[in-house]
Structures are given as structure tokens and as C-alpha cells.
Design a binder for this molecule. Structure first.
Ligand code: F6R
Length: 240
């Protein structure tokens, strides 16, 4: 595992993009995350694309998760997030982008479909953010390391943290999400995890500065993966 600390989110994201670009080509498959963490990385991707240096025409993507119970039109749906923050600004074919369909009438079928798609794919690089409680994707503490695509009940602390996107009202935050499982994430060839802000410090300490590998802190599973890059800002650095 490589651990890199930067002054700012912007600097970390620039480096993350350099690492990403060194690991992929224009036919690769990406695993993508949402939330506040990857936004500057997506800006770097867009900038480089607009400068003519990288085409996404043949790139495929799979997103980690989606809230249950909000439709595409909701400004905080992760599907919408991906269009607004990345897909609408690059030449990716949206038929090649995949996001769990968490508002499907038959949710069990939607889970099975997403699992099948993931089983037939090799993700070259998985981008991850990190929950303050150590979640990756929406695999909350206690999720089995061998889990596949599933519906998760979001923990109270996650609902509280994400209420900042929902008028600071926890009642407006969806209580469930569909997420790739930990086993799906671990199958990626390479993983780039980003973490910014002091809320992430404890999870980073558990990941970088401990021997813990335990389902109660989901990110600790990454110690078993052969190719992980962890990039943080100084607030998230465990030594601070
Ligand atoms: C989002 C995801 C989550 C977030 C995490 C951190 O697709 O998988 O694990 O990465 O909740 O959220 P932010 O980036 O908003 O701090």
C-alpha cells in the first residue's frame, strides 16, 4: 500500500489523476465513486480530456453505489451526480456507464443484474472515498468481506454526515443504498482511495497505522489487496 500526504485536496487529486493515468489506457474499465471526495479528481479528468490528451470513447465505468428511494431527477441521486460532475463533460458513451438501479420496481432483480455485470467485468482501477466510520462504497461496519452487491441500511453516522447534501436535514437523507460488495471492490486490479478532512483521520489511522483487518472497520480489508494507493490531505493524515 502506498500512502501519500498532501497539503490540499486539490494537490492530492492532481497526483491521483497522474497515478490513475499511469494505470489505465483508453480501453480501460473504471470503478467510480461519488460524494465530495472525488470531485477534484473528476475536474482533472475533464481538464485533461478537454486539452485533447485522453479520450473516454472506449472507457467503461461502474459506480459503487446509489441511494434507494430517490429518482434520477433528484439533485443528490448518484446517477445525476455522475452526469453533472463527470460524464456530461467527457466523451464517454453513456451506454458504457453503469450505476446500480436503486429505484427499480424489482430491486432484487436489479441487484442480480448489477452483480452479473460486475462478475463479467474486470475493473482496472477502482476509485474510493472513505466514510468516517471506515465504510468503502456503502459497505458499512459489519458488512462481510465476502459480500457482493446488496442493499445496505445506512448507519446513523453516515446519514448524519450526508445530511450536508440534504439541507442539513437527516430526515431527507435516504436510509438505504445499493452498493457493490467488498468482494466486488477487492477484485479491482488497482485501487485509489482518497480521504480529505479530519473526519477521516481515525479511519485512515486504522487503515495505515494499525494491524487491524476486521469487518467492523471495512476499509481495513484493503490491507489484503496487492495494489492500493491512499492519498490524503494533511487533515486526514493520522499523524496530525
Ligand atoms: C460514494 C461512496 C462513499 C463515499 C463516502 C465519503 O460513492 O462510495 O463511500 O465515498 O461516504 O463521502 P464524501 O466523499 O462525501 O466524504
Amino acid at each position: 500500500m502506498k500512502y501519500l500526504v498532501f497539503e490540499t485536496k486539490k494537490e492530492a487529486s492532481k497526483e491521483a489523476y497522474k497515478i490513475l493515468k499511469s494505470l489505465i489506457d483508453e480501453n480501460s474499465t473504471l470503478g467510480l465513486a461519488t460524494g465530495s471526495t472525488p470531485t477534484d479528481l473528476y475536474e482533472e479528468m475533464i481538464k485533461d480530456h478537454k486539452e485533447g490528451n485522453f479520450s473516454y470513447k472506449n472507457i467503461k465505468s461502474y459506480n459503487l453505489d446509489e441511494y434507494v428511494g430517490i429518482s434520477y431527477d433528484h439533485p443528490e441521486s448518484y446517477h445525476k451526480f455522475m452526469d453533472v460532475n463527470l460524464f456530461d463533460h467527457i466523451d464517454i458513451d453513456k451506454n458504457n456507464t453503469h450505476i446500480p438501479d436503486a429505484s427499480a420496481e424489482n430491486l432484487d432483480q436489479a441487484l442480480e443484474n448489477y452483480q452479473n455485470e460486475l462478475n463479467n467485468t474486470i475493473i482496472d482501477v477502482q476509485i474510493l472515498g472513505l466514510g468516517g466510520n471506515g465504510h468503502i462504497g456503502f459497505n458499512e461496519p459489519g458488512t462481510p468481506f465476502n459480500s457482493g452487491v446488496h442493499v445496505i441500511d445506512l448507519k446513523e453516522e453516515t446519514i448524519k454526515a450526508n445530511s450536508r447534501f440534504f439541507n442539513n436535514d437527516v430526515n431527507l437523507v435516504p436510509k438505504q443504498a445499493v452498493t457493490m460488495g467488498i468482494n466486488d471492490i477487492m477484485k479491482a486490479k488497482h485501487i485509489i482511495l482518497l480521504a480529505f478532512g479530519k473526519e477521516k483521520q481515525t479511519a485512515i489511522k486504522n487503515l495505515i497505522d494499525s494491524d487491524i483487518v476486521d469487518e467492523s472497520i471495512p476499509c481495513t480489508v484493503l490491507k489484503k489487496h496487492p495494489s492500493v494507493y491512499v492519498l490524503v490531505d494533511k487533515e486526514a493524515d493520522f499523524r496530525n
